[in-house]
Ligand binder design. Structure first.
Ligand SMILES: O=C([O-])CC(=O)C(=O)O
Ligand SMILES: [Mg+2]
Length: 583
């Protein structure tokens, strides 16, 4: 054996090792043509002459030997010729499925430009068209057909050291609802961000689709739809399905974190609570969105020269996102010294029927978000416009998925209450955004502090340029997950998520004091800071299992996080020695 450690190779197809000088190299466990067909192994024309000779590639690759940089340049020149966002998405996904390091090198070189293509908003369209654009498999597809063999399905995954899983049941993708099997696209997209912005190696990531059926008749009737053709499982059957997935995952990947993504309000809270002490896991839409929104609101308050505790916050939308944001904002208010009574008078949550008041019939999870009925005594009404007026709102947050619901009336009403209203239409993708930033700015004479969930171009108004911050949980989950991985966290605590919010706000305050969020191009940098603070919080909470982190000061910890950050490059290949463990 060439290794002393008792562990499986990183994947079925290769291992990564270090030579005597400490340089990393890749040891392929397959040979020849297969090397050009496995995306994590393929180097395209960048295989060296020596590698071609040693690995059975002679004659199988174009003569020229390229570098990764040359390939990135060539691909980019091709990429810019593609016009439609969905076609660009398909271009990049095909590259990912062909040559994964090159995909990440290209993405890393053009983060700001390509994020809206691999991720929000274009990923929304890719999810809707998933069955049409599907070419080769990626990730784990569990369905009612195979969930009884979940253990075998996980054993079939060629990765041996998965650390982060994004799993969706596709019941509430972005703001576009039930997407059936197509939700796999969001798991894939989120994990691309874990790699490019969160420093996790692609061979440690696994996208998962939990295909429990769909409530969409149009999909069920469509012969081209690739998911299972039946109604969604519900109740105990549904939970038994997810139980099987969690149990098989724990067996195969005991160190993996699960990010629950885009579960509808009917399942999101139950799933999160059921498993969060069983596997390190969090719900991105509840907790990630809560944290990223709190971070932006804290920044907006600072820009105004005020405190969060002075604001009155109206949250429109009481699904997973709205509930998560309400919880995060309440925590923020508590940290600034407000008691429960005061908080109840400052945070108002609305669903599609208006303000949640404690005399209303509603789902269990909403009850803790409801306003005491007495607070609304004498109000003209409890619809959005009336709540903004009567509560004297200064902050308006949109998580409803209802495009355009922040009308001119509503925005002008909040502007009556404060010189600089904080207005965040956060729903995704773009068509579901509660208002267009340029409208909000125009209706408020440029005074509003605006951030959105989907990317928007800067707005020019009266000779001024307003950058629109992207309050997307992409600023939280990669750093949160990376930090939790590095800490070996056995649980992801609420405090770790909250700390991620303050870390992001601090990063923005230091690097861009006038902004609400950093530019998206800085996602990797911001994630490093988030990861460091998450590790520190995991240590404080006593959930970090990784040894040797306790005594590190912040600078050393930051260096460590940077050193662990995966960067796309082609490692040199060395054929395994005959006595190696191949087979
Ligand atoms: O995916 C995004 O852009 C943010 C998110 O989690 C959602 O909108 O569900
Ligand atoms: Mg989501």
């Amino acid at each position: 054996m060439t290794t002393t450690e008792d562990r499986l190779p990183l994947t079925t197809h290769y291992d990564v090792r270090r030579d005597a000088q400490g340089h990393r190299y890749l040891e392929p466990l397959v040979q020849g043509f297969d090397l050009t067909r496995i995306p994590l192994l393929n180097k395209g024309t960048a295989f060296t002459h020596e590698e071609r000779g040693a690995l059975g590639l002679d004659g199988l690759i174009a003569p020229q030997v390229d570098t990764l940089e040359t390939l990135v340049g060539r691909l980019y020149r091709d990429y810019v010729k593609v016009q439609e966002p969905l076609d660009k998405h398909v271009f990049l996904r095909n590259l990912q499925d062909r040559n994964e390091v090159l995909f990440y090198a290209l993405l890393a070189a053009h983060v700001e430009e390509m994020l809206p293509i691999v991720y929000t908003p274009t990923v929304g369209l890719a999810v809707q068209k998933f069955s049409q654009i599907y070419r080769v498999p990626r990730g784990l597809m569990l369905s009612t057909d195979n969930i009884g063999r979940a253990g075998q399905a996980l054993a079939n995954v060629p990765l041996n050291d998965v650390r982060i899983i994004v799993a969706t049941d596709s019941s509430a993708i972005l703001g576009i609802g039930d997407q059936g099997f197509g939700g796999m696209g969001i798991s894939i997209g989120k994990l691309s961000l874990y790699v490019v912005a969160g420093g996790v190696g692609p061979d440690k990531t696994l996208p998962v689709e939990l295909d429990v059926g769909t409530g969409r008749q149009d999909l069920l009737d469509d012969p081209d739809y690739l998911g299972v053709h039946h109604q969604r499982l519900t109740g105990d059957e549904y939970l038994a399905f997810v139980d099987r997935f969690v149990e098989a995952t724990r067996q195969r990947y005991p160190k993996a974190i699960i990010q629950w993504e885009d579960f509808s309000k009917d399942t999101a809270f139950r799933v999160l609570e059921r498993y969060r002490k069983v596997v390190p896991s969090f719900n991105d839409d509840i907790q990630g969105t809560g944290a990223v929104t709190l971070a932006g609101v804290l920044r907006a308050c600072a820009v105004k020269g005020e405190r969060l505790a002075e604001q009155v916050i109206v949250i429109h939308g009481a699904g997973a996102g709205g509930a998560g944001v309400a919880t995060a904002i309440r925590e923020g208010l508590k940290r600034e010294g407000l008691d429960a009574d005061e908080i109840a008078r400052r945070v108002f949550v609305l669903d599609s029927r208006g303000l949640l008041t404690d005399d209303r019939q509603m789902e269990d999870y909403k009850q803790s978000l409801a306003t005491p009925k007495a607070v609304t005594d004498g109000w003209a009404g409890t619809d959005l416009l009336n709540v903004v007026r009567e509560a004297k709102a200064t902050v308006l947050l949109g998580l409803s998925g209802q495009g355009g619901i922040f009308s001119e009336d509503v925005v002008k009403a909040i502007h009556q209450n404060t010189a600089q209203p904080i207005v965040f239409p956060l729903s995704n993708p773009t068509a579901n955004c509660e208002a267009l930033p340029e409208d909000v700015l125009r209706w408020t004479g440029g005074a509003a502090l605006v951030a959105t969930g989907s990317p928007f171009a800067p707005v020019e108004l009266n000779g001024q340029t307003h950058a629109i911050g992207q309050g997307n949980n992409a600023f939280i989950f990669p750093g949160l997950g990376f930090g939790a991985i590095l800490a070996g966290a056995r649980e992801i605590t609420d405090e770790m998520v909250l700390e991620a919010a303050y870390a992001l706000a601090d990063y923005t305050a230091r690097t861009h004091p006038g902004r609400l969020y950093p530019p998206v191009g800085e996602l990797p940098e911001a994630s490093v800071e988030v990861a460091v603070r998450v590790i520190q919080q995991a240590l404080r909470d006593g959930v970090a299992q990784e040894q040797g982190l306790d005594d590190l000061d912040e600078a050393t910890l930051t260096d460590l996080v940077r050193a662990k950050f995966w960067v796309p490059k082609y490692l040199p290949f060395r054929a395994p020695r005959p006595d190696s463990r191949q087979n």
